[in-house]
Write a protein that binds this ligand. Sequence first.
Ligand code: UD1
Ligand code: CA
Length: 453
Amino acid sequence: MSLEIVILAAGQGTRMRSAVPKVLHPVAGRAMLGHVIDRARELSPLAIHVVIGHGGEAVRQKLAADDLNFIVQEEQLGTGHAVAQALPYLSADRVLILYGDVPLIETATLQRLLEQVNNDQLALLTVELADPTGYGRILRDERGEVYAIVEHKDATDVQRAICEGNTGILAVPGVRLGDWLSRLSNSNAQGEYYLTDVIAMAVGDGLRVATAQPEDAMEVQGANDRKQLADLERHYQWRAAQRLMTQGVTLMDPARFDVRGQVHAGRDVTIDVNVILSGTVVIEDNVEIGPNCVIHNSTLKRGAIIKANSHLNGAIVGEGADVGPFARLRPGSVLEANVHVGNFVELKNAHLNEGSKAGHLSYLGDAVLGRNCNVGAGTITCNYDGANKHRTTIGDDVFIGSNSALVAPVSLGDGVTTAAGSTITEDVPAHALALGRARQVMKNDWERPSKKK
Ligand code: UD1
Ligand code: CA
């Protein structure tokens, strides 16, 4: 049976107290609505319709993609009215309704729900709640069959004592939806067109209402304010940490670890406290990451060691290489096997071949270094002339004396040595020593100026 998905995302989110539309507030670095869209995509529907309203233009701009159909709900007249806006676009056998502010829903839960919907049956995701205040309550008859949902504000005291709440997520047979939505009325406590009234209509038409529950109640938790947003964030991070530990990663403290993207980790990886991984990060077996590292879109190969307080963005760290503490690898940094990059070294678009070392206080930009080079402390590539970037090319077994300035474009052949303090402006042939500094001058018995007593 074919499937289409409607995501409701038109609400204002007043309690966020924000100029940013509620569904754009991030969990784990991605807009809440983005997470819901990701889950929707995993179900391979014919189409995904997103109903937007408050801040709709910002939502569309942020998340626009070819496979999304944004539909504007001009006035927020209720969840039923919101789904009705999508009706002209719907043609599938099954329609799944999701909420843009419920980001932790799991694909497996939605799949279990979808297995139960067909032309004779509607499927409703419900949840047992310790405190169901505010939620729609699930009404079941003496046989335990669902026959209606009553909203909290419309419920009697007896109905309010029911702890089975409506998550809002449901799947309905597409052919029936138009008829049901056209029959909704807004004569209720909130003066809204309630999507939940569809349940009683379905039962009246002879359909059955099947129910499913999430594995974990946080899956169906929405975020109405920043405190709930923080709860979702912590829960997301807890889940991400559990997953990595299950795969063989040691987290020194799972409560002080944050993932904002995708992490692919091997076995016997150790991650110390306060590490943030974002974008796509690949961590091979036996990698160690020290405390307070921020790593974005990078690959750490087998046995690499990233020491405390290092910042990596768009870097590839080779097998057995070590980086930091306090290193900064910017986009295009490629370290081959057993490279050593030490403290206060910044790399940008720099390729260091096997066994090369830059131990202290250097900037290497737009550069390629051969194997087994040694870059002395304080070395910089002068790669920028104020308008253009220029390359520095260094062969194998090159020894760069401390505090050398390599003025690009420049190239140094294999086995070159540069003297400490040199400014290298011309290419150096293989195996030469290049000195580019003033000769030391001595004035013997020099009288230093002294202050009058
Ligand atoms: C809804 C359900 C309630 C359920 C609860 C779970 C109805 C009538 N009630 O109540 O049974 O327990 O969710 O959280 O459906 N939205 C629109 N357009 C609108 C109105 C809402 O897009 O005109 C969107 C909101 O942005 C939100 C979602 O629909 O993402 C739910 O709306 P909300 O007002 O929070 O519904 P509740 O009153 O909480
Ligand atoms: Ca709500």
